[in-house]
Design a binder for this molecule. Structure first.
Ligand code: HEC
Length: 119
């Protein structure tokens, strides 16, 4: 009897774990590096210099800030704001709470936005 209860408990925990794992996997896939346009590749270089020390590009786990996988494909960013280019530009240039603003010229900004859309 006790064993059966325990087995049921394990079954429920595994189902929950599977659900969570599938939930994480359900993010749309990033565009592979081999398919980047020249602009996206330039944006990746900007990201590497200005963002990578605080944000993972390939998952949503926290580093200093939230991981940015699929950031332009989710309905809302961690703050709740929709991930429009306008909002992203605002966060990137002016920062938000613990995130400092980054000064980029227009070309770098457009390249970075193109790259963020590949994530
Ligand atoms: C020094 C660390 C740091 C750097 C550098 C940094 N960020 Fe952030 N970022 C953060 C933190 C911390 C947050 C969480 C801010 C909050 O909402 O409280 C954040 C949040 C964000 C968000 C989510 C905004 C929202 O509305 O939820 C985006 C998108 C983002 N950063 C993009 C970038 C990009 C792109 C760069 C490079 C230009 C960058 N960050 C550079 C620390 C950083």
């Amino acid at each position: 009897m006790l064993i059966r209860t325990f087995a049921a408990f394990i079954a429920v925990i595994s189902a929950a774990g599977l659900f969570l794992a599938l939930g994480c996997k359900s993010l749309p896939p990033s565009k592979p590096e081999s398919q980047w346009t020249p602009q996206e590749a330039r944006g990746a270089a900007v990201y590497h210099t200005a963002c990578a020390r605080c944000h993972y590009p390939t998952n949503t786990r926290g580093l200093n800030g939230p991981g940015l996988q699929a950031i332009t494909k989710v309905p809302a960013m961690p703050s709740g704001a929709p991930p429009t280019d306008e909002r992203l530009t605002n966060v990137i240039l002016h920062g938000r709470n613990m995130m400092p603003g980054t000064s980029l010229d227009d070309q770098q900004l457009q390249d970075l936005l193109a790259y963020l859309h590949t994530l």
